[in-house]
Design a protein around this ligand. Sequence first.
Ligand SMILES: Cc1cc2nc3c(=O)[nH]c(=O)nc-3n(C[C@H](O)[C@H](O)[C@H](O)COP(=O)(O)OP(=O)(O)OC[C@H]3O[C@@H](n4cnc5c(N)ncnc54)[C@H](O)[C@@H]3O)c2cc1C
Length: 373
Amino acid sequence: MKNQIAIIGAGLGGLMLARVLYRHGVAATIYESDASPEARSQGGMLDIHDFNGQLAIKDAGLYDEFQKLIHPGGQQTRVLDRHGSVLMDTPDDGTGGRPEVQRGELRRILLESLPPNSVQWGSKLLTATRLGAGIHELTFANGRKVIVNLVVGADGAWSKVRPLISDAQPTYAGTTFIETWLLDADVRHKASAAAVGGGGMFALAPGKGIMAHREPDGVLHAYVALNRTRQWIQRIDFDDAQSAKATIAAEFADWTPALTDLITQSDTTPVARILHQLPDDHRWSRLPGVTLIGDAAHLMIPSGEGANLAMYDGAELGKAIAASPNELEHALQSYENELFPRSTAAAKEAAALANLMFAHDTPQSLLRMFRGD
Ligand SMILES: Cc1cc2nc3c(=O)[nH]c(=O)nc-3n(C[C@H](O)[C@H](O)[C@H](O)COP(=O)(O)OP(=O)(O)OC[C@H]3O[C@@H](n4cnc5c(N)ncnc54)[C@H](O)[C@@H]3O)c2cc1C
C-alpha cells in the first residue's frame, strides 16, 4: 500500500510536520476538528527559540517569512514587585535568541505554505482502531472513515490518538492561568502599559503572580497565575465577568492598581486555563503505524517551550520519514529515540521553572534565575 499519512490536528506541530513532509515530496493529510482556519482566536505571543522553534522554521523553508513577523522590542523582560517597583529590566537588543511573534501569524504562514486541501477542516477524530500490520481506521464525527498506514497524533492535550499507545492521562498541574486582555492600553490604561513595558513583565509572589506581555497595537495580554485547587477555580462564575474579576483581584488586594487593573479593567471576560500535564517521563513502546508529536506526546506546564517543541517534533518527524519513506517503522523509531529524552528534560525544566516562579522566596528566586546565580 502506498503511504497514507494522516496527521490529526492543525496546530503548530501538525502543520510543521505536514510542511516538512511536503518540502520533501511526501504527501500527508491533516484532519482538524475546527471548522475553518478562522474558527478560533489564535491570540497570544510566542517567543520562538533559536535552539528548537527557529530550527524547525528553517527546516520548513519559512525563515524569511518568520522574520517579517517579529515584534520589535518583544524580548524586553522586566520583573516588578507588588508595588510596581522595577526589580529587573532587560532591554531587547535583538540578541536574545527568542524573538516574539503572534501565534496566529505563525500558523498562517505555515497554512499558506501547504498545497490546497492539505487540511480537512471540520474533521474531528472520534476513534482510531488498529486493524493490524500498522494499519488504522480513523472515524470522524462528520461520519467519514479513512484507512491509513501512519497516524500521527498532533491533537494536543486531550489527544484521541494517544490511547492507541499509552494509558497516560493529563493531570492538573496545580496552577491555573487566568487570561485577560486590555485593548488600546497606551491610551486607556497608561499605568498598566507603563508597568508592562515593551515586552514581557513578571510580578510574582508565593503561589501567585501577574504576568503580562505587550502585543502589537497597544494590547496588553495577561496571565494571572494562581496555585489554587481545581475546585476553587471552578467555583468562580466566569459567565459573570465582573464577579470573576473581583474574585481574582481579591487575591492581589495589597498590590498596586497598575498591576491589578490587568485583571479588573480587562476588556474581555477572564478565561481560566486550568493547566494539565503528562508525566515528565511519558513514553510508550513502539507500535507500528502510530506516533505522537507536541502536547499529545509531552503536555507540560507552560514554560515558553511547548509551541517550540511541537514545531521541533514536527520537523524532526518529517525529516525522519522523508529519509526512510519505505521504512516507516525505522523512521518512527529514530524519531522517538530522540523525542523521549528531549521531552523528559523539557518537562523537568518546566516543572522546576514553575516551582521557582511561585516559590516562598519569589521574586528573588526568579531574579537569581535571570542572573544565572
Ligand atoms: C496558557 C498557556 C500559555 C502558553 N504559552 C506558551 C508560550 O508562550 N510559548 C510556547 O512555546 N508555548 C506556550 N504554551 C504551550 C503551547 O500552547 C502548546 O505546547 C502548543 O500549542 C502545542 O502545539 P500542538 O500542535 O502540539 O497542539 P495544539 O496547539 O493544542 O493543537 C492541536 C490541534 O488539534 C486539534 N484537535 C484536537 N483534538 C482533535 C480531534 N479529536 N480531531 C481533530 N483535531 C483535533 C485542535 O483543534 C488543535 O488545532 C502555552 C500553553 C498554555 C495553556
